[in-house]
Design a protein around this ligand. Sequence first.
Ligand code: SAH
Length: 341
Amino acid sequence: MLNIKELSLKELEELLVSWGEKRFHAAQIFSWIYQRGAQDFSQMSNLSLALRKKLEERLQFSSLNLAANLKSSDGTEKFLFSLADNNFIEAVSIPMQKRLTGCVSSQAGCKFACSFCASGVAGFRRNLSAAEIIDQALFLNNHSHGKLTHLVFMGTGEPLDNYENVLKAIRIINSPQSLNIGARRITISTSGIIPAIRQLEKEGLQIELSVSLHAADNRTRDSIMPINKKYPLQELIAACKNYIQATNRQVTFEYILIKGLNSDLQNALNLGKILKRMNCKVNLIPANPVEELKIFPPEKKEIVAFKTSLLKSGINATLRKSRGEDIHAACGQLRLKYEKS
Ligand code: SAH
């Protein structure tokens, strides 16, 4: 059965008309779901009982089952959901001054097996549907009484490996009658799927692109991100340059600083070289320790030296403050903990 949350406003209008109903009910239904937090059709009290019954019989109104919920001392909140087929996914809400950023998953598990990331440890299960992606954003918005302002695809999975569903979800989340989160406030984070980056630049959406770089040469990147063997660094950087040109948007590069691996001065200099004169920003992230993977952040001194070197090369670099460490909010860690128990 088709899920109501898989439908754009226009598609819902067309569906209602095909049922012999009035088009304008679609906007009412959208408002109930996305602005008033309705949990089922029976709550939609300005629709006739007959229409509510029709909707109930013909459309699914899924939502996520909350399996666990942890709140950090810094206000970051993490939610673990169980899906209809007993897979788990996680989403995080991160308050920052006037912003509230939701971090959502795009897949149950991950195929890409980056050596520092907890999400890939238990392998890949399946793509999330657009409804399952929307449901995470909707949950975070309802939970915060409508305060969600930004959305990042930095939960479990590779969003550009689930392209159709992610884009469908973004278009719905983006629409004014839905959650109305502007494309510029939505970030897709990718390990670097080049053909999908090329496709994304043609969508006519100003989505923020964030690329998980984590290394400044192929040898290092090959050793921590297997995807680099398929889509090597130079080609990835070239695709990013095209994206910047086509969309007139800055690209952000994520760079996890991992002790003993990519965090010395030579790496900083190499990074400065390959990003020279690009309209980009580097987000430095001291690695979140993952016991299972023997991943640790470098000393504070090395982190600061890395950043200083980038600034000297003329690269706009910021150091990301880690959030929610006390609740395993980082990168698939809660899910991993649950799957083990
Ligand atoms: N697959 C996408 C999106 C999910 S990961 C991607 O690779 O970008 C979201 C971010 O978390 C990525 O930048 C990823 O590299 C980072 N991440 C994964 N494990 C981490 C760890 N142990 N410490 C810090 N960041 C980590």
